[in-house]
Design a protein around this ligand. Sequence first.
Ligand code: CAP
Ligand code: MG
Length: 413
Amino acid sequence: MGISYEDFLDREYEPLASDLRCRFSIEPAADMSWADAAGRVASESSNGTWAELDVEGSVTDLSATAYEIDESAGIVEVAYPEALFEPGSMPQILSCIAGNIMGMKAVDRIRLLDCEWPAAVVDAFPGPQYGSAVKSEILDAGDRPALATVPKPKVGLSSEQHAEVGYEAWVGGVDLLKDDENLTDQSFNPFEDRLTESLAQRDRAESETGERKSYLLNVTAPGGEMLERVDLAAEHGCEFVMVDVVTTGWAAVQQVRQRCERHGLAIHAHRAMHAAFDRVPSHGVSMRVIAQIARLCGVDHIHTGTADLGKLENEDTVGINEWLRSDRHGLSDVLPVASGGLHPGLVPELLDRLGEEIMIQAGGGIHGHPDGTRAGARALRGAVEATQDGRPLEAASAEYPELATAVDKWGTA
Ligand code: CAP
Ligand code: MG
């Protein structure tokens, strides 16, 4: 029997419950019909190639099928048989569904927009250990958003200075100190010194405030070094580690997830470089899919943007956050993190757009406060408390003078 590109197209096909279904937007190349382009997408992302092949037996059981073409919407849907995938290997899945097809000449543009993950695939992944439960199981955030800050300047502070900024922010009212993504283990701020000094300040802040405080320690590193950093974090009493999931890669995230389970550590996912995949709307891999991958691999929080209130371009923060909370074959949810250019004056609008089951992360919006980090943290906490009490920020200025100063400086949404 021969298989060629046309054999991967069947508009009558009804996907099985066990199929992984992927929704692509495509722009066929000038010399390609929609049917030709769709068949090529399904073929090259499963087991076909440009030449017609003679095959025997059950080889075609592993072929994907393009079953839906909507030319006016520019959409093609492809179903992949579950047996095509190695159970629990995110790199292998992505080498199929987001692999060579991204550079195929048959399409000028192709974007993986969304996936419908069947139980047959999901069951081999661990999912998050805690998800949004970190707010009550690890932190004291209860029914308010968890609050985090990242010291600025992002690199250059010594370990001692970094930990001191953490202390000021913790006593001012944030729950979490977070390392910035390009701070790992540099000579001016070595990993282990930062870890021990930050946790010492954390303990001090906890005993002064009577609140639980924690640290999102960036363990991102090459290979086995990252696992050693996870072990060190656990040994010294961290409850979380932070991993920059796109730059480090999904195999590494999966490895960290395994190691974190041993220690009961939660994972904070930063997403630097995601925009290389998702910023151009007609090409690449959507943030929605990146967030899905992260949830399957087992991160507890992930940055999903600010619903356009902040400094960075965002793709559908609301829809992505909904997906992260939705029931998916028993996976724990993921706590979405709003970050990037946030400040206290944006809080009412942010909570209105995203709800309260989020983490709010502010760097410049805390440390750039005219009266310093502690005042900035108070202002952020005040903005959240006032908003949850149903008071406009202006009406809360007597109770939270630092908030009034922040609003004077940066305004509101
Ligand atoms: C925020 C941040 C985060 C971005 C990442 C930064 O700082 O630390 O890395 O939020 O973007 O360096 O920009 P500011 P995203 O609070 O000072 O802006 O959350 O969209 O992934
Ligand atoms: Mg950052």
